[in-house]
Design a protein around this ligand. Structure first.
Ligand code: ATP
Length: 319
């Protein structure tokens, strides 16, 4: 049974703008007719350009915002009518803000949360020990939150969001501003929590490496509409973005002639050829090997960045 269900959900805002002495009111549909379900244990990457409606969706899922139209159920309840009850079953992390108490040492914030969520002391101690170990928080527990670096604070925030064993966790830009090592560590931790505890994860991010590392499913939203829902390989295939053959020849040559592929770049004896995603690379490789002094060769898949950019540019709202 789905743990999250949205049925034709919309949320509009009235925005007033002023030009000279005239004030005009305009309706912005941040989310417009959105329907989807999420099964327990899924890790869904929820992506879209700025202003697409991602935060509005997450706010409706946590019950902070009420939809203008449509219905939402999270863990079997309507979030806006059961906000307090639902709070025990969900965890939320906003990369840009902390939910920890600024002046308290990290461990005191954790203690407040234990009381707030009424977590049995033994369970709290067990979770704390696990998270301190996995997130390497041992030396930070006595440090006031305001003295933590961004990466340290983020690890603290993620532990805080998970201490009460939520079934669902919403992560809004959890790796924003972190260095590569911290990002990798956080992704590994989140993957482990999902595997070990079956926690459902909704991940909003502009860092597509987060999605590649963690998500089994990608949902793309643009102008409040869903424009894609499926796997990452499926997203690649749907956009039919060309693949690239990187060919190393024994000697520098003019652009080589290969039927079904086109040279787009040369650099000394190396040449780059693009070919349609629907074509197999094998006959191209055979052609090159038969006609040129081939020494090495690799096939490059299109980057997700290029695929997503293509998807945004082809959605109706942009045309
Ligand atoms: N409280 C509000 N009042 C008026 N308009 C709003 C409000 N909140 C959001 N909007 C508008 O709704 C649209 C969607 O905003 P939302 O914050 O959900 O986008 P987002 O996908 O999270 O963007 P970003 O990636 O920039 O965080 C935008 O046009 C935004 O200006």
């Amino acid at each position: 049974m789905p743990v999250i269900e949205l049925d034709n959900v919309s949320r509009a805002f009235t925005v007033s703008t002023r030009t000279g002495f005239r004030r005009t009111r305009r309706e912005v549909r941040a989310v417009d007719g959105l329907s989807f379900t999420v099964e327990p244990g899924e890790v869904v990457g929820y992506i879209g350009p700025n202003g697409a409606g991602k935060s509005t969706t997450i706010k409706m899922l946590t019950g902070i915002l009420v939809p203008t139209r449509g219905s939402i159920r999270v863990a079997g309840v309507d979030p806006s009518r059961n906000r307090t009850r639902l709070a025990r079953r969900i965890g939320v992390v906003f990369g840009q803000r902390t939910t920890l108490w600024w002046d308290l040492p990290l461990k005191d914030s954790f203690a407040v949360l234990q009381k707030m969520y009424d977590v049995p002391p033994a369970r709290h101690a067990e979770n704390l020990a696990t998270f301190v170990d996995l997130l390497d928080l041992g030396d930070l527990l006595d440090v006031p939150v305001r003295q933590l670096s961004l990466g340290q604070r983020m690890r603290g925030d993620i532990a805080a969001a998970l201490l009460h064993d939520p079934e669902i966790v919403y992560l809004d830009e959890p790796t924003i501003g972190l260095d590569i090592v911290s990002k990798a560590r956080l992704r590994e931790f989140l993957g482990q929590v999902n595997r070990d505890r079956g926690t459902t994860v909704i991940l909003t991010t502009h860092d597509l490496d987060d999605i590649e590392a963690l998500s089994t499913r990608v949902m793309v939203i643009d102008h409040g509409h869903q424009v894609y829902d499926g796997t990452l390989p499926g997203l690649r295939a749907s956009q039919n973005a060309p693949r690239t053959l990187v060919v190393d020849l024994a000697t520098t040559q003019p652009p080589i002639q290969v039927e079904g592929a086109e040279v787009t770049k040369t650099e000394g004896p190396r040449q780059w050829l693009t070919f349609p995603a629907t074509t197999s690379a094998a006959p191209l490789v055979a052609q090159i090997a038969a006609n040129y002094p081939l020494t090495d060769l690799t096939v490059q898949e299109p980057t997700i960045e290029s695929i997503i950019a293509k998807l945004y540019s082809t959605t109706p709202a942009h045309q």
